[in-house]
Design a protein around this ligand. Structure first.
Ligand SMILES: *[C@@H]1O[C@H](CO)[C@@H](O)[C@H](O)[C@H]1NC(C)=O
Ligand SMILES: *[C@@H]1O[C@H](CO)[C@@H](O)[C@H](O)[C@H]1NC(C)=O
Ligand SMILES: *[C@@H]1O[C@H](CO)[C@@H](O)[C@H](O)[C@H]1NC(C)=O
Ligand SMILES: *[C@@H]1O[C@H](CO)[C@@H](O)[C@H](O)[C@H]1NC(C)=O
Ligand SMILES: *[C@@H]1O[C@H](CO)[C@@H](O)[C@H](O)[C@H]1NC(C)=O
Ligand SMILES: *[C@@H]1O[C@H](CO)[C@@H](O)[C@H](O)[C@H]1NC(C)=O
Ligand SMILES: *[C@@H]1O[C@H](CO)[C@@H](O)[C@H](O)[C@H]1NC(C)=O
Ligand SMILES: *[C@@H]1O[C@H](CO)[C@@H](O)[C@H](O)[C@H]1NC(C)=O
Ligand SMILES: [Cu+2]
Length: 544
């Protein structure tokens, strides 16, 4: 009897899990198009299957997300699922020069991704600063049962948009001429790929009595956005795919790469509509120091309702710094200890190639010729030596299961959002670089975890993670142009374990072959530590 029950239960469970585990197959032709998202500037953008913006992707926990990407551009491309750990599938992380050569023009690569996390993520190109030209889209991973109840969800993809293509901007910033380098360039705010200063263009429609989950994503190339709705409180419930206990705030701030979900309870009456704010502050290079570009839209209860306060009045949203260190994760995980300490100083300076670079410890990143993953798999015992990955990819070797503490001292005048691939890190401490202990905030026993952390100017943060995911994982500033200027390094996590478990997809090697990139050897494609005349610089003009 009990045996019968047990077996039927097993069959039932098997069917149940079959039903739950579905394959979401997307065929994506990645191609150029033109678009005019704010009505003021038509330009070339990168879309998918003749559509721009690319489609929003919804998946459920346990799904297999399969993206057959075909590259119709005239340069390489990749797709990175930002925030996914890619545990055991490092070769689907999409980080060009780290985990693949890139998809060459007229070629394809199939990303087969296990959906093992829930929350708000996004998919974007990880080849140069290419996603800034429009190849980015939200990736929403639904839980079978969400932790909080809400009636509806709305995605608000916030973005600083440029009228020029990413490569032109990168070239400007990396110019040897100071005059060109510092010429201002201003972004324009888009919400869900629509922009313009006309309040009526961007509306969030709400119905009395309902509770909404707003999924906010900052997918900019640079900048910081703050978001608030006049006369409404926001209840933070998720950051970067980590569910949190509710924290009620007036506004949230998101750096590039970050995501925040908030619950908003609608008003009981339809008498008024309200203004929401999604202001950019472009505390970026280029002369435009800390410009604030106000952007407003309408939370609409009824088309007939009056706007509460007209657009001329000052905001009723208070703009405190959005402190994420005191958020409390629902899933309590104690912080790892410290086996390895990685101190990183962040500087911007003019280097001896006469260009302005950003650097960790004065080492400015340049991609290796051979992707580091291929090097880890093909250099035998030497995969344990940082030098085989090339000096300029700034490799840091981690032992299996080692606890790593990264201390980031931002000595720069800009704030930077640092993103770690393959992990969430625990935020231990954040503070200003001065002698006043009051200006630092330490985490509790179960610190907040996220995949992108903002560090303001002249401030520092200490984060920790456990090396429990063998692979090549980039750590970089998510401001795309800072990344292009060299603010990146490479964690080579448990190289011998990668070798023991990884078989590279055939397509990955074929794509390297097409691009003429060696599929074995060190950073330059030679054996072992043979790196003839490897250029190690450039170096900062002063200080070294
Ligand atoms: C891609 O293939 C098409 C058709 O075969 C060809 O016209 C085009 O030149 C190719 N593009 C590149 C960049 O190789
Ligand atoms: C926005 O819509 C309202 C009513 O629908 C209208 O009164 C107002 O003029 C519009 N504003 C603009 C800038 O078009
Ligand atoms: C996104 O984050 C960056 C800083 O990382 C910020 O400057 C920008 O204003 C933010 N928001 C938008 C919409 O760009
Ligand atoms: C507009 O804002 C001001 C300042 O917060 C407030 O005193 C006033 O009542 C508001 N106007 C309306 C129509 O509610
Ligand atoms: C908004 O604030 C500024 C500075 O605080 C003030 O000068 C201005 O009069 C205010 N405008 C309105 C409409 O209240
Ligand atoms: C990887 O494994 C292969 C076969 O087991 C071995 O020949 C090779 O030396 C190993 N490479 C590394 C980096 O451990
Ligand atoms: C990866 O998977 C291993 C084995 O299941 C697990 O121990 C580890 O915690 C995972 N790491 C991450 C970052 O998901
Ligand atoms: C980097 O260079 C700056 C000057 O450009 C110097 O002050 C600093 O000490 C150097 N930092 C490291 C870690 O070498
Ligand atoms: Cu930066």
């Amino acid at each position: 009897m009990s045996c019968f029950y047990l077996s039927s239960l097993l069959i039932y469970l098997a069917l149940f899990s079959l039903a739950l585990t579905k394959r979401v197959v997307l065929d994506w032709n990645i191609e150029y198009m033109t678009a005019n998202p704010d009505g003021n500037n038509e330009r070339r953008v990168i879309g998918v299957n003749g559509h721009w913006p690319p489609p929003v992707v919804h998946v459920d926990l346990g799904d297999k997300l399969v993206i057959n990407a075909f590259n119709k551009l005239d340069e390489a491309t990749t797709l990175h699922t930002h925030g996914f750990f890619q545990n055991g599938t490092n070769y689907f992380d999409g980080a060009a020069s780290a985990t693949e050569c890139g998809i060459p023009p007229n070629s394809s690569y199939t990303y087969e991704i296990d959906v093992a996390q829930t929350g708000t993520f996004w998919i974007h190109s990880h080849y140069k600063a290419q996603y800034v030209d429009g190849l980015r889209t939200p990736l929403i991973c639904h839980a079978p049962k969400e932790h909080y109840q809400y009636d509806e969800e709305k995605i608000l993809m916030l973005e600083a948009w440029y009228y020029r293509e990413s490569e032109a901007i990168a070239n400007q910033l990396l110019s040897t001429s100071e005059r060109i380098r510092t010429a201002p360039f201003l972004p324009h705010m888009l919400i869900n790929s629509v922009g313009g200063s006309d309040l009526n263009k961007t509306k969030i429609r709400m119905t009395p009595g309902k509770t909404y989950r707003l999924r906010l994503l900052n997918v900019s190339g640079t900048g910081m956005v703050r978001f608030g709705i006049e006369d409404h409180k926001l209840s933070v419930i998720e950051v970067d795919g980590v569910d949190t206990e509710i924290k009620v705030v007036d506004n949230v701030q998101l750096s590039v790469g970050q995501r925040v979900s908030v619950l908003v309870t609608a008003k009981e009456s339809v008498d008024y509509n309200y203004i929401f704010h999604a202001d950019i502050f472009t505390d970026i290079q280029s002369g435009v120091a800390r410009a604030e570009l106000p952007f407003r839209g309408i939370v609409e209860y009824s088309p007939a309702a009056k706007l509460l306060n007209n657009t001329q009045t000052n905001s009723t949203v208070s703009w405190d710094f959005f402190q994420d260190i005191d958020l409390v994760p629902i899933e309590k995980i104690p912080a790892p200890g410290v086996h390895k300490w990685v101190p990183l100083e962040v500087h911007t300076s003019i280097f001896d190639d006469r260009r302005e670079h950003l650097a960790f410890n004065n080492r400015t990143f340049e991609p290796p010729t051979v992707p580091s993953l291929i090097t880890a798999l093909t250099t035998g015992y030497q995969a344990f030596y940082p030098d085989v990955y090339g000096f300029k990819s700034y490799p840091i070797i981690l032992d299996p299961m080692e606890d790593v503490e990264v201390a980031i001292f931002n000595l720069d005048v800009n704030s930077h959002p640092f993103h770690l691939h393959g992990h969430n890190y625990f935020i231990m401490v954040r503070g200003t670089i001065d002698k006043n202990p009051k200006n630092r905030l330490a985490a509790s026993k179960f610190p907040m975890r996220r995949d992108t952390i903002t560090i303001p100017p002249k401030s520092y943060a200490i984060v920790r993670f456990r090396a429990d995911n063998p692979g090549i994982w980039l750590f970089h500033c998510h401001m795309q142009f800072h990344n292009e200027q060299g603010l990146a390094l490479t964690f080579v996590e448990a190289p011998f374990k990668i070798n023991a478990t990884t078989v590279l997809p055939k397509q990955l090697k074929q794509n390297c072959d097409i691009m003429g990139i060696p599929t074995q050897g060190n950073a330059m494609g030679y054996n072992g530590l043979d790196l003839p005349d490897e250029p190690r610089g450039p170096f900062p003009l002063s200080g070294l």
